[in-house]
Write a protein that binds this ligand. Sequence first.
Ligand code: SIN
Ligand code: FE2
Length: 219
Amino acid sequence: MTADLFDDLPPSCEAAQTLLAPGAVLLHGFARADDAALLQAINAVIARAPLRHMRTPGGYTTSVAMSNCGPLGWVSDPDGYRYAALDPLSGQPWPAMPACCLDLAQRAAAQAGFAQFRPDACLINEYAPGAKLSLHQDRDEKDFSAPIVSLSLGLPAVFLFGTPRRSERPQRYRLSHGDVVVWGGPARLAYHGVAPLADGEHALLGRRRINLTFRRANA
Ligand code: SIN
Ligand code: FE2
């Protein structure tokens, strides 16, 4: 059975799950019923904190355009990666995490077995066709007891998900509009990434994919 079989589930169906690894689960269509409200909230955030390509310590620019909401935002610049309370573009705090986004993240975490998830950071990633994210671990957070909750909207992507060991070849999963992946516990430091986005047209988002990752950055 492949994930593609779940692409046409009705919005009300939240039952289908795929276990990626112990501690890591893909909740198919979990956010589908809330997509319009989520998108409206995300649009309000990025109107105040615009999506931008960030510079990396290695001298590159990210192919993914990024912004944040919540008390802390993940930023990259030539000095490194870190969480910051202020948007470096505006000098102002990041927009608050919209209630519908926080609620979605907490419900998904609970469904995956992580009760009491209190994210203080939400990174917004926008992929145009061709944009990708190299294999990496999320390890800029202070403590790894909280999971990562990842919400996908728009064009489908190929998600690479491995183990905490870089040498192990990652598996490939299709992430569709409304899918949520939660990884924590033994999978918290799993290597993951996104293959170059295939071109297409999504009814709600057009030629792009938006991914939100909710994290607990401070202990
Ligand atoms: C991330 O690893 O921060 C984003 C993953 C994704 O876009 O699915
Ligand atoms: Fe990541």
